[in-house]
Design a protein around this ligand. Structure first.
Ligand SMILES: Cc1ncc(COP(=O)(O)O)c(C=O)c1O
Length: 396
């Protein structure tokens, strides 16, 4: 029996040599990786047990997706987010980004305008481009404290200019917003007035800090709206490649089904199904412990930034384990920031991955033992101090 307390998450784990993109994909072993969005904690123990039990049955033929797989997902969403999901809404897919692309292919035509709200997770932009739709940005607004909000006037302008769909990040990566009911409702009403689709990526649903709350878009509207979700971010299972689309609108579902048939996309990885079901069924205590720990991490990061980097602005973290750090006061673009921080042994995600509005920003992954945040910010400070010093002395 485990206790998912601070010491459990403080322990972390060595991930090198496990095909781990975050740790094995860094340039040098000495670099501390605080970039790609996964966490340096063990997944809930029941996940490894479920996969191991199945692995010991020594043959791995074609797999049945069972009604229990769908039910595990829907009862988790009922428990955690108070959303009732009908079995027929659930379409299993390998990855959330696959789902975004399928939705774009199914619901829009080549050349159609698709909105994003930058700065936002880069693959939204890449998905619009790869499917040969027209990228239409309705950038978020930012206040002096670094808090972001939706610009509905910008959304309406793009709708008037012909946008057919919006890809929403709820909660938002990288600006850590847990969108409020009123904000989502206003957006949904606006899209509905123009008959545009809402494709909501809700992969970060479980990472919202009290007193904020996650509001599922499907609790507000179900026509022309779909949600993409996964246990992969919540329980650190991204390597398993298992996600789902929740599609209450029958007409939308039919179009997506056609597109899935056409592309031959199907989901049914044996180990992914075993691991995902175990996480949804048995992961609650682990997830509660994780959220307490991450809440401590976000407070730690906030205090560290204030103390060590007085010129930086950390966007208030309402959600996700990803901090959005404005370093523009130090006068460097992302290319220089990345080169200097790597030289000092820490890797963040460059702000421009999230669009032009991210120039001069870095994203900090705090899904790790707290001491790694301390070390990462310490290395960042060294890099920035060195840059300030060199610039003062005219060294390029
Ligand atoms: C908003 C968002 N959507 C999707 C993903 C990736 O999901 P998947 O690996 O299932 O495509 C991420 C990963 O960081 C993300 O932050």
């Amino acid at each position: 029996m485990h206790t998912f307390d601070e010491s459990y998450f403080d322990a972390g784990l060595d991930r090198r040599g496990t095909r781990c993109e975050k740790w094995d994909g860094t340039e040098k072993e000495s670099v501390l990786p605080l970039w790609v969005a996964d966490m340096d904690f063990p997944s809930p123990p029941e996940v490894a047990e479920a996969i191991a039990v199945r692995a010991l049955h020594p043959t791995y033929g074609y797999t049945l997706v069972l009604p229990d797989d769908t039910r595990a997902l829907s009862s988790f969403w009922q428990r955690r987010h108070n959303l009732t999901i009908q079995d027929e809404w659930v379409m299993m897919i390998p990855c959330v980004v696959t789902g975004i692309r399928l939705a774009l292919l199914a619901l829009t035509k080549p050349g159609d305008g698709v909105m994003i709200q930058s700065p936002v997770y880069g693959p939204f932009r890449f998905s619009v481009e790869a499917t040969e739709r027209r990228l239409m940005d309705a950038p978020l607004k930012r206040d002096d404290a670094g808090r972001y909000s939706m610009d509905l006037d910008a959304v309406e302008k793009q709708l008037q200019a012909g946008a057919k769909a919006l890809v929403l990040c709820n909660p938002h990566n990288p600006v850590s917003r847990a969108w409020k009911r009123e904000e989502l409702q206003a957006l949904i009403d606006l899209l509905a007035r123009y008959g545009a689709y809402l494709i909501a990526d809700e992969i970060h649903a479980d990472f919202v800090y009290a007193p904020e709350q996650f509001v599922p878009v499907l609790s507000l509207a179900q026509k022309n709206v779909l949600s993409l979700c996964a246990a992969s971010k919540t329980f650190n299972l991204a390597g398993l490649e298992q996600a789902a689309m929740l599609v209450p609108d029958e007409a939308v579902r039919a179009k997506i089904n056609t597109e899935m048939e056409r592309a031959g996309v199907r989901s049914g990885n044996l180990f992914a199904l075993e691991g995902t079901r175990a996480a949804y069924e048995y992961g609650d205590a682990w997830l509660d412990g994780l959220m307490r720990y991450l809440d401590g991490n976000r407070k730690h990061l906030t205090a560290l930034v204030k103390q060590e980097l007085p010129q930086a602005v950390l966007t208030p973290m309402e959600a996700t384990y990803l901090g959005w750090l404005d370093l523009r006061a130090y006068g460097m673009n992302c290319e220089e920031l990345m080169a200097r921080t790597l030289k000092h042994g820490v890797q963040f995600t460059e702000g421009t991955f999230f669009g032009e509005g991210g120039e001069g920003f870095l994203r900090v992954n705090i899904g790790c033992p707290r001491r790694n945040i301390t070390e990462g910010i310490h290395r960042l400070k060294e890099a920035l101090d060195e840059a300030v010093e060199e610039k003062a002395h005219g060294v390029d």
